[in-house]
Design a protein around this ligand. Structure first.
Ligand SMILES: [Zn+2]
Length: 490
């Protein structure tokens, strides 16, 4: 195996910040060894600051092309703009997308993610079929376009085909605009099996295949149980189980409709089924009461938080202080891609709480939070390797690394032997970072950077971004531009 050695001045390791660090990577994309206080001889001397690359646990790649198109209020009397009016715009946009469009858009947004410091993406993929609602000759056509786009950009992907079978709670028929998303359980499982056969199901490589029941609106209880059982049976004995993601409680209306249907709120209903464990990621668990918050924290599942999209859509505010205070796991996603920025997601996670509670540093963790974690949680191994910290940026960055890695079923999120070599190199001379040490580096980046201090990005052992540039970015941006012009003209 070919070995590569890089040397950095400072690195964020599982035990804390270390100086003069040599990181050795293998040609399989994994980290072989990490040695602090080591001389740069024989290394590619990168200098600067290395931190683990951030997993982006929730993406709908095609939505990048419609970001900004739903920021116009309707005419007077047309009703309030909401998630539901945004969804109408999105459905209209979906009608125009062909496979080459999706490929060009996905390549563009994946390059943007890498430049922002995301080294892996969880693609919650629901655009399966042709404009007429019929599967393509290869039913996995759209999935393949997205997976190939990730490979072209050089970002790791956990691809999760979405099961969308119904239009609302209780098995209601699908609605206008949803026909390109629809599968029954059988056709869905065939799609997952096909993708796993082609790309491998296990973690460790660049592609991981999971599943995503779209929401409780889109499946019946029997269908949900059936596909989770079928997917679980597919897992190789070596794996803990592949990722299972679901949109859960994004909208107040969704909670009301779920109550009317079942007498239970969405998170409570799902947890009642006895299926949720650490394979699961509950995306937009925005609307939870105190009992649901505590139960989700205890479950070992990850809450998938998308603060900039949730703000853009007017969803509501996730109860982060209470959830994290009870040891809940979380990761971040750029979702609709109104923002593709690690810093903005984590900053707005904290800022939303500051605005509501009129206090500061609400998500800094600390002694009281650690106590609650000890009481509340069994699976602590991922969080045990966090250094003691009271830095808000430091705490949020570490939590989102651990939760993101878990949710995507990927050995990433730490600079340690056996993990993927997913690394972000920050510019130590950037105005937001210069002179800072330890977690103040993360606070400077997340809360105070004008522009982007990410200098280089390595994903799976390969440099995808060097000196702020992705090697394919001009061609990818040009193809994206042509695609956008065609879509907007059509
Ligand atoms: Zn989503």
């Amino acid at each position: 195996m070919t070995k590569n050695k890089i040397h950095v001045d400072t690195a964020l390791l599982p035990g804390g910040w270390a100086a003069s660090v040599v990181i050795e990577t293998g040609d399989d994309g994994a980290i072989l060894s990490v040695t602090a206080d080591s001389a740069p001889q024989g290394c590619d001397h990168i200098g600067g600051i290395a931190v683990p690359g951030m997993p982006n646990l929730h993406s709908h790649a095609f939505q990048r092309a419609m970001a900004g198109l739903a920021e116009t209020a309707g005419p007077p009397g047309s009703g309030d703009d909401s998630f539901w009016t945004w969804r109408k715009v999105m459905y209209g946009f979906v009608e125009r997308l062909a496979p080459p469009h999706v490929a060009a858009i996905a390549r563009q947004v994946y390059v943007e993610m890498l430049k922002a410091g995301y080294t892996a993406v969880g693609e919650f993929h629901y655009l399966h079929h042709g404009v007429d609602g019929e599967p393509y000759d290869d039913p996995a056509e759209m999935s393949e376009r997205v997976i190939a786009a990730a490979a072209d950009a050089g970002i790791g992907i956990t691809h999760m085909p979405v099961l969308y079978a119904h239009g609302d709670f209780g098995g209601a028929p699908a609605q206008t605009g949803q026909h390109r998303f629809l599968n029954d359980g059988e056709r869905f499982i065939r799609l997952v099996e096909t993708l796993r056969a082609r790309h491998g199901g296990g973690s460790g490589g660049d592609t991981v295949i999971g599943i995503a029941p779209h929401s409780l609106r889109a499946v019946t209880p029997e269908l949900l149980r059936g596909v989770v059982e079928a997917f679980t049976a597919m897992d190789s004995p070596k794996m803990e189980g592949g990722p299972i993601h679901i949109h859960i409680a994004e909208q107040a209306k969704e909670v009301d409709d779920c109550l009317a249907w079942s007498g239970r709120r969405p998170v409570a209903w799902l947890l009642d089924q006895g299926m949720v464990d650490r394979r699961w990621c509950l995306v937009h668990a925005t609307h939870m009461d105190g009992d649901e918050t505590a139960a989700l924290a205890r479950s070992g599942a990850v809450a998938g938080l998308c603060p900039t999209t949730e703000a853009n859509l007017g969803d509501g505010l996730f109860p982060a202080p209470r959830y994290l205070g009870q040891g809940g796991r979380m990761g971040i996603g750029s979702d609709s891609h109104v923002s593709v920025s690690v810093a903005e997601e984590l900053r707005w996670l904290e800022y939303g709480q500051r605005l509501v509670h009129r206090k500061r540093n609400l998500l800094a963790g600390g002694p009281s939070q650690k106590e609650d974690q000890k009481k509340g949680q069994e699976n602590q191994e991922d969080q045990a390797d966090q250094a003691e910290t009271r830095s808000t940026g430091g705490n949020l960055y570490r939590l989102a690394l651990a939760g993101g890695a878990q949710a995507l079923g990927r050995p990433t999120g730490a600079i340690a032997p056996g993990r993927r070599a997913d690394l972000v190199f920050l510019d130590e001379n950037h105005a937001s970072l210069v002179g800072k040490t330890g977690d103040a580096i993360l606070d400077g980046w997340l809360f105070a950077a004008q522009g982007n201090p990410v200098r280089h990005v390595m994903a799976g052992g390969r440099f995808a971004v060097r000196d702020g540039r992705h090697e394919g970015e001009e061609g990818i941006a040009a193809a994206y531009g042509e695609t956008l012009k065609a879509l907007m003209a059509g």
